[in-house]
Design a protein around this ligand. Structure first.
Ligand SMILES: [Zn+2]
Length: 53
């Protein structure tokens, strides 16, 4: 299974486990969207997961 999360800026985190891509998006948000990173938690991020394969 391949899952992805696309950030609103166009950044895409893709991988084979939910936990891994949630971590990637959290890292990305801390770097590029620090305001968002403070308000969005892991459970919110899980809601953005799409299964792509
Ligand atoms: Zn982004």
């Amino acid at each position: 299974m391949v899952v992805q999360i696309q950030c609103e800026c166009g950044y895409v985190a893709r991988g084979e486990s939910d936990d891994r891509i949630v971590g990637l998006i959290q890292d990305h948000m801390r770097l590029d969207h620090p305001d968002l990173a403070r308000t969005v938690g892991p459970e919110d991020i899980r809601g953005w997961i799409e299964v792509v394969g």
